[in-house]
Write a protein that binds this ligand. Structure first.
Ligand code: NAD
Ligand code: GLY
Length: 354
């Protein structure tokens, strides 16, 4: 088993990665949650039928009383209505302050169940059991939990670290190719911003099969990089912003497609290529970097160029939460594996994107 410890003072937790780990969820949750007698398990309508029968028996065998709440699969469930439903179900179940919430699913389940855990009874413990590649390499680690509002994604939320993150790479076998590729956009992002050797490792394995053959190493490397960033900047005021590489322009593409045409991963993929091109034009990123990033994304079926009008860029950049005032911080690559925030006037960025 590969183990990482996120060493946040007073809120330290382990990330455990191993094939078949779902079967050991009971003993591992027992060790991480010694006070809990009841577990409230949140999953979605796709993941529940696939994996609840693997997770509930070991939890009960470890002495936990369990209740399950299933949300409809999809981003639309990351909403105030589902959050309220979870709160009410938790109280009907008789959850107490020493009990805990388990999130079994992708980033939607993790973000929603984590926010419910952060807020019910002024905060109870929670465990992440992520089942998508994106949630294993990104959303289950670092404690950002949230729901979406009409005004935008992730606008109501909290920092609420889990007590344990359990990753079973075998859950990835049931993912559709497109969902696997979405997660790969974030995997490739880590190579671009923090680890050039990891980028080269991925470039040598440009297929789902190639990545799955090394999946424990891939998950460990990504989680270790995120761990280091979160330990340095839990509250997202400095280094954590580097994780937004490709996301500023990605938001423009997602928004331009009304959050339907392009998935988040597809938008981030094209955003990373466009940000690399931008860096090259500004003389910050070495020539040829955008082509290297594109060459890694294309075999995975990810787009490298998404049409976006000047007005759509303007709208997305104007609203971007990272762009206070007239300036915006865009994450650019100084070299493969090293990212920096580059502050520039929003108007100048728009001009460059023409
Ligand atoms: P998701 O949770 O919607 O999962 C994608 C789809 O895959 C869903 O239909 C789900 O039911 C299905 N699925 C999940 N596991 C499966 C499995 N093992 N086999 C088959 N199908 C499976 O989406 P996601 O891509 O995991 O996460 C996206 C969400 O994560 C967004 O809401 C995003 O805002 C959030 N996010 C949060 C953070 C953070 O730091 N908290 C970081 C990145 C993204
Ligand atoms: N996914 C961005 C972050 O966790 O900060």
């Amino acid at each position: 088993m590969k183990t990482l410890t996120v060493a946040l003072p007073g809120r330290e937790y382990d990330i455990l990665i191993q094939r078949g780990l779902l079967d050991r969820a009971g003993q591992l949750c027992r060790a991480a949650l010694p006070r809990a007698s009841c577990l409230f398990v949140v999953t979605d309508s796709t993941v529940g039928p696939l994996y609840l029968n693997r997770v509930i028996p070991p939890l009960e065998a470890a002495g936990f009383k369990t209740a399950v709440c299933e949300i409809p699969a999809g981003e639309a469930s990351k909403c105030a209505g589902e959050l309220t439903r979870l709160w009410e179900c938790m109280m009907d179940f008789g959850l107490t302050r020493t009990d805990a919430v388990v999130a079994l699913g992708g980033g939607v389940v993790g973000d929603l169940a984590g926010f419910a855990a952060a807020t019910i009874l002024r905060g109870v413990d929670f465990v992440q059991i992520p089942t998508t590649l994106l949630s294993q390499v990104d959303s289950s680690v670092g404690g950002k939990v949230a729901i979406d509002l009409q005004a935008g994604k992730n606008l109501a939320g909290a920092f609420w670290q889990p007590k344990l993150v359990l990753m079973d790479p075998e859950t990835l076998n049931t993912l559709p190719d497109a969902t696997f590729a979405d997660g790969m956009a974030e995997v490739i992002k880590y190579g671009c911003i923090l680890d050039g050797a990891f980028f080269d490792f991925l470039a040598a394995r440009p297929s789902r099969e190639g990545i799955m053959a090394e999946i424990e190493h891939v998950l460990y490397t990504c989680c270790n990089l995120k761990r280091m960033v979160v330990e340095e900047d839990e509250r997202d005021t400095g280094k954590r912003m580097l994780l937004n590489f490709g996301h500023t322009l990605g938001h423009a593409y997602e928004k331009a497609g009304h959050y339907e045409t392009w998935t988040h991963g597809q938008a981030v993929a094209a955003g990373m290529v466009r940000a690399s091109q931008l860096g090259e034009t500004l003389g910050i990123t070495p020539a040829g970097t955008a082509d290297r990033v594109a060459a890694l994304l294309t075999p995975l079926g990810l787009p490298v160029d998404i049409p976006c009008t000047h007005e759509e860029y303007a709208a997305a950049i104007g609203l971007d939460k990272k762009g206070a005032g007239a300036d915006i911080s865009v994450i650019l690559l100084e070299e493969m594996g090293r990212a920096i925030p580059h502050k520039m006037p929003k108007a100048a960025l728009l001009e460059e994107l023409k």
